[in-house]
Design a protein around this ligand. Structure first.
Ligand SMILES: [Fe+2]
Ligand SMILES: [Fe+2]
Length: 219
């Protein structure tokens, strides 16, 4: 998943990540891909929080099509592409190699499962805001902020806690298997077609979003 817009990627919250550098001898494609996907997700989350703030602080008119596209993206992209890859390859192998990582991995897997319910709450809060007007805005804003914090913390734990353990305990053979899975274009779930679909959706969000978060029309 490539980030296609300069504005949507400028997420100050990404400063919270302190990605560990891989040893020079390792060229782990999977880690690079996961980091890129985190940045795309973080950019959309940041964009959504920004839009909510503009409505709350500046009285901006809500763009329901854009907010809906953002929620659709963070629903389908993590659910169908990102989390399954982490569970099925990276987490599974790390469990086998380092038992002490199991509580951390169980927590993150539980968050993957909980994420679907949190997204439903987000969709419902948006629908109530759209149908019920500004009486429903504060509940929507609270739900957006809470979801963004949840997902930022989840990605931070993966980058700052799981990646260093994976780099330390996984074998060269493990990385070969993980890299092959993350770059295997034959898999219909994880392959290039799915990646392209999400990239197109991300581009649509960028084109809908007004500056400074996208390149869409100024409202
Ligand atoms: Fe995850
Ligand atoms: Fe992740």
């Amino acid at each position: 998943m490539r980030i296609v817009c300069c504005a949507l990627r400028s997420n100050t919250r990404l400063g919270a990540f302190a990605p560990a550098l891989l040893p020079k001898e390792l060229t782990v494609e999977a880690i690079r891909i996961i980091r890129e996907e985190h940045r795309s997700l973080a950019a959309v989350l940041h964009g959504m929080v920004y839009l909510v703030r503009e409505i709350r602080d500046r009285g901006a008119r809500p763009d329901f099509a854009l907010l809906g596209a953002m929620i659709y993206y963070i629903d389908t992209f993590p659910e169908r592409l990102h989390h399954p890859k982490e569970d099925k390859y990276l987490f599974r192998l790390l469990r086998m190699r380092h038992a002490e990582a199991v509580p951390l991995l169980e927590r993150l897997e539980q968050e993957h499962r909980a994420g679907a319910g949190k997204i439903r709450a987000l969709e419902q809060a948006l629908a109530r805001f759209q149908q019920g007007g500004f009486n429903e805005f504060s509940a929507f804003a609270t739900t957006v902020d809470a979801y963004a914090d949840f997902h930022w913390e989840h990605m931070r734990a993966e980058e700052n806690e799981v990646f260093p353990l994976a780099e330390k305990y996984l074998t060269a053979g493990d990385w070969e298997a993980i890299d092959a899975a993350f770059t295997d274009h034959r898999d219909p779930l994880f392959g290039s077609a799915a990646g392209q679909a999400y990239e197109e959706l991300f581009r649509r969000i960028v084109n809908l979003a007004p500056p400074p978060i996208g390149v869409g029309p100024v409202r």
